[in-house]
Design a protein around this ligand. Structure first.
Ligand code: AZC
Length: 799
């Protein structure tokens, strides 16, 4: 984008005065940010219009990525980077005596997601635009994002996150694109028009207006600007009389009021299914409206449209598309079913049984009577067709409706043409185990798409120092072609490069240290090893195993304050679902241990623990560049992929990992020498589940080192955790340690002490870091997205 510094300064001043009627110097950071954001939106608006017009004109096939969650992070710098004007604006701001980073921090980070699944959706949106694909996002404009986390007395407290309190400069309300979503009502059939066809009459429905808010997704230096559409629930115009009481109006607003703060546990709540249908229906309706403008035969629908459903949350898009094709467009069942299957594809993100969505049949029947009929029909036809082929038993196991419940994964698989897992191991487990019944029936539907991340945000924006160092060392090709970063390997023995890398890391660690001091009053030594575990708090992710290791070091130092141990800072970031009691107990435990150790002078700062409050995308951008060790220690087989593992590796952290999720592929890429692997393998865990006799009590009794650590939980050493310490102790020792922490403990410790040794040899460590950075290219979401486009969506990048 052609733009020079002088011109920018003029435009910015003008924009500010136009908005606030005084000079920018007197403005608050928020105002200065709003003016800049507004200006930037204006700069890409032409490309935005142009991109959409081009797609329409060429009747380009488009993908619609349906996701209940998006975690875009702050958008200002990312937009500037992708538009190619980041440096220019930075300089212009400087000349105006403003600090771009400071202004950028005034943007509220929209937390419209829980964790990995939501952030993946946003990396994908960036990559879809940046690889020049015709793609759209479809989701919910929650008025309140994921709760704001506070620690009070070490306990997690949840506060509402009103992310829209200041103006959202990026979104554009499109009232003329609103659609009606209908709930409840009565369904009947009539024979009209004398053509013998049954017509569906759906009356007395509760109608909700879905209003779209569009946000541009700017591609990287390619002029492409795609669209992310988030829907908001409102009272239909002219229908105010039907919503006369406050209560009725509240009911409407409630649909898009708040994001469900749980990503690992399913709750059959009415509001949740309303949200799911609301944005699925609105999305499908707007697609249909677009397709009809093309004036093509319905059979060409799958040649023009791909609908991707991110986990099962948007699965109702399947019966909704069927409903419209059948009831509104008059297609036959077979025609509609062919179109639907060819259009929809589905990604599975978890094998945790407790996260699998199943809705009570009666709930769906009441709330969505017509959709319920269609699901019933899909189910009947499925069973009728499959029983002669696969027998009664297998067919029944794949039924969509069973025991009064509707199983969303089954509907998603049966109603789509592609089912993918998010890492090789995960997909293998889906095929061999979790979804094996379906794999037997539809082997051709199954495929793997290992997750990826965008290095634009996670390196270029988050780690400007590393970016500059890479540019200087290997040129800039890696920025548009992430694979090219492998050229860095040629410098593995170049002492000069290794030293520079160390300096980059050190400056990032200093930046984090300043944050820890200012925000939390904790002083940390930037030369210590920074050991990082950042992800949702969940038992299977095993933050507790990390804790056991910390306590091991603590005891060693208590025994011998001069013990030869590498100085470490343990950094945690994690939110727990508000109803996940055990996870909240673990938070309290970590905070109490932090209090104990951070304030114990005899530890002599050899261990520091920093548990940041309110972890999210923006904090990740601060922490990841500062990490030396990346903790990826879930029980093998449980973490579908992980994506922080990829972000941390791209920033030169060394992975400490079990062979779980994408860790396996990370190991394959960096090689055994540049990663620390320990613990049970997935098939060994499976074997234990099937017939092994695991006895954690036995390990406790026989391993004195571990026993001493575990006893700390219940002997009063750790202040203020009488119940938490006891409950956690019991879960590990008395209730047989569901996630095999005690089993993996020895291997973990050994790997950790090997890491100490490696870290003390600076050249060796820096070389490992370099090899990780140089091997991270294949984990770019650009490649992941190109595989989705080529193998699932059948769309091609625009030239
Ligand atoms: C997560 C997985 O737990 C994580 O392993 C994966 O990297 C991420 O999706 C992206 O694929 N899952 C979720 O966040 N939520 C659900 C419902 O699976």
């Amino acid at each position: 984008m052609a733009f020079d510094v002088q011109e920018f300064k003029k435009e910015y001043q003008k924009k500010f005065e136009e908005l606030f009627a005084y000079g920018y110097e007197a403005g608050s950071k928020t105002e200065q940010y709003i003016a800049l954001g507004d200006l930037v939106r204006g700069l890409y608006s032409e490309d935005w219009i142009q991109t959409i017009m081009e797609y329409n004109k060429k009747k380009e096939k488009q993908v619609y990525y349906f996701s209940m969650e998006f975690l875009p992070g702050r958008m200002l710098k990312s937009n500037l980077l992708n538009m190619g004007i980041l440096d220019c604006v930075k300089q212009g701001m400087e000349e105006l005596d403003l600090d771009l980073d400071e202004v950028a921090r005034a943007e509220v980070d929209p937390a419209l997601g829980n964790g990995g699944l939501g952030r993946l959706a946003s990396c994908f949106m960036d990559s879809i635009a940046s690889t020049g694909l015709a793609g759209n996002g479809n989701g919910i404009r929650y008025r309140y994002g994921l709760f704001k986390q506070k620690f009070i007395n070490g306990y997690q407290i949840e506060l509402p996150e009103n992310w829209l309190r200041n103006k959202n400069v990026w979104e554009v309300r499109k009232e003329n694109k609103a659609v009606i979503v209908r709930f409840g009502g009565d369904v009947s059939f009539t024979q009209e028009d004398g053509d013998g066809r049954l017509r569906v009459r759906h009356e007395n429905t509760r109608d909700i207006l879905a209003v779209p808010y569009d946000t541009a997704q700017v591609g990287y230096n390619n002029g492409v600007v795609n669209n992310l559409r988030l829907w908001s629930a409102e009272i239909p115009y002219g229908d105010e009389a039907r919503f006369s009481t406050e209560e009725q109006r509240e009911e409407v607003k409630r649909i898009t009021e708040v994001l469900y703060p749980d990503d690992s546990n399913y709750e059959g709540r009415l509001l949740r299914v309303q949200q799911e249908y609301f944005f699925s229906s609105a999305g499908v309706q707007s697609i249909i409206r677009y397709f009809k403008q093309l004036k093509l035969d319905w059979s060409l629908f799958p040649d023009k449209i791909a609908i991707h459903i991110n986990d099962t949350h948007p699965t109702l898009a399947i019966p909704e598309l069927m409903r419209i094709l059948l009831d509104e467009e008059g297609l036959t069942w077979d025609q509609a079913w062919e179109i639907t299957k060819k259009t929809v594809s589905y990604t599975n993100h978890t094998i945790l049984q407790e996260a699998m969505e199943r809705w009570p049949e009666t709930m769906i029947a009441d709330l969505l009577p017509r959709i319920y009929q269609i699901i019933q029909e899909i189910n009947l036809r499925h069973i009728d067709k499959k029983t002669p082929l696969y027998g009664e038993e297998l067919s029944q196991r794949t039924a969509i409706i069973a025991n009064g419940q509707i199983k969303m994964a089954n509907l998603a698989i049966i109603g789509s043409h592609s089912v993918n897992g998010v890492a090789r191991l995960h997909t293998d487990i889906l095929m061999a185990d979790t979804l094996n019944d379906f794999y037997v029936m539809y082997p051709q539907k199954f495929n793997n798409k290992t997750n990826g991340i965008t290095q634009r945000r996670w390196v270029q924006i988050a780690n400007e120092n590393l970016t500059a160092m890479l540019d200087e060392t290997i040129g800039t090709e890696w920025k548009s072609n992430p694979e090219e970063i492998k050229i860095l390997k040629a410098h593995r023995d170049n002492k000069n490069v290794l030293d520079k890398l160390e300096q980059v890391k050190l400056s990032n660690k200093k930046r984090f240290a300043a944050y820890a001091l200012q925000e939390m009053g904790i002083e940390i030594d930037p030369t210590a090893l920074f050991d990082v575990q950042i992800k949702r708090l969940h038992a299977y992710k095993r933050q507790l195993l990390n804790v056991l290791h910390i306590l091991d070091r603590y005891l060693q130092l208590k025994d011998n304050p001069n013990a030869d141990l590498q100085k470490r800072v343990f950094i945690f970031g994690a939110k727990a679902a508000p109803s996940y009691y055990y996870a909240k107990q673990i938070i309290k435990l970590i905070n109490s241990i932090a209090y104990l150790i951070n304030n114990d002078p005899s530890i002599n700062d050899k261990i520091k623990i920093v548990f940041v409050e309110n972890y999210g995308v923006s904090l990740a951008e601060l922490i990841i560049p500062a990490a030396d060790i990346s903790e990826q220690i879930s029980l093998a087989g449980k973490e579908a992929s992980g994506t922080s593992n990829m972000k941390l590796m791209s920033n030169g952290a060394i992975t400490m990992a079990t062979l779980d999720g994408a860790n396996v592929e990370i190991r394959d890429n960096v090689g055994e020498d540049n990663i620390f692997i320990f613990g049970l393998k997935s098939d060994e865990v499976q074997e234990y589940y099937r017939n092994g006799v695991y006895n954690s009590r036995d390990i406790y009794d026989k391993n004195p080192r571990l026993k001493r650590i575990l006893n700390l939980l219940i002997d009063g050493t750790i202040p203020g955790v009488e119940t938490e310490g006891r409950d956690i102790f019991d879960s590990l020792v008395m209730y047989n340690d569901e996630y095999f922490l005690l089993k993996d403990f020895d291997g973990y410790l050994q790997a950790q002490y090997e890491a100490d040794v490696a870290f003390s040899d600076r050249d060796r460590w820096n070389r490992m870091a370099l090899m990780n950075i140089a091997s991270s290219g294949p984990f770019s979401s650009d490649y992941t997205i190109l595989r989705y486009a080529d193998e699932i969506w059948k769309i091609k990048p625009q030239s």
